[in-house]
Design a protein around this ligand. Structure first.
Ligand SMILES: [Zn+2]
Length: 213
């Protein structure tokens, strides 16, 4: 079992990903290219499910992917804040009870979703040893081929779209090969456009075997 990260007292029931109440733990098992030890972070049920599907190449990349998915799941709630300000909602003409209740709950849902996406978690440490780099801040973003992306998932999305690659397959390849071999992952995905899921599975299995040797 991976070691649980250090948890500040005031965050002891908090999801590391989204700051909502947590009662579960996400185990992150390291691979050879992972820049940190295996570790466990507290998570809410929803973030746990999303994290399990998107381990990527580090716990921080995993967090970026969880945020992307939350943004997608709650896009309707988030749109409230894009389309309206709180004052506009208050001043809007729907004054009857039903719409009043709707406005209030819509705004609340927006604030909850926005809060979850903006939540930063706390700096990671294991038994008092900081993992987030020298100044306690993980270097966010990812650069490839001279282009800087806000996150690794964004880079995967970009290359999947521009090169018509299977995003899920490319993500699996990057997860397996590591960030440093991003170009190699793209090459494999490009050489295998349009193949079946079974064939993809076979390629992934072969790469896992190679990595074990
Ligand atoms: Zn969460």
């Amino acid at each position: 079992m991976p070691t649980l990260i250090d948890i500040p007292f005031e965050q002891r029931h908090t999801c590391w990903f989204c700051a909502e109440p947590s009662n579960q733990v996400f185990d992150y098992y390291r691979m050879t290219h992972t820049p940190h030890p295996s570790l466990a972070v507290p998570a809410c049920k929803e973030c746990l499910g999303l994290a399990k599907k998107n381990p990527l190449t580090s716990i921080w990349d995993c967090r970026d992917a969880v945020k992307d998915q939350l943004m997608h799941i709650y896009r309707k709630d988030l749109a409230i804040g894009i389309n309206w300000t709180e004052q506009e909602l208050e001043e809007s003409e729907f004054e009857c009870k039903i719409f009043g209740g709707f406005k209030k709950s819509a705004w609340m849902m927006y604030q909850i979703a926005q809060g979850r996406i903006n939540a930063k978690g706390w700096p990671l440490s294991l038994d008092g040893i900081m993992l987030d780099g020298e100044n306690g801040h993980y270097q966010a973003g990812f650069e490839f081929d001279g282009v800087r992306f806000t996150s690794l998932p964004k880079a995967i999305e970009h290359y999947s779209n521009t090169l018509s690659l299977d995003a899920r397959f490319l993500q699996q390849l990057v997860t397996l090969l590591g960030k440093a071999k991003f170009g190699h992952a793209i090459k494999i995905a490009r050489l295998n456009i349009g193949i079946t899921h079974e064939h993809q599975r076979k390629i992934i299995d072969e790469l896992i075997e190679d990595a074990d040797q």
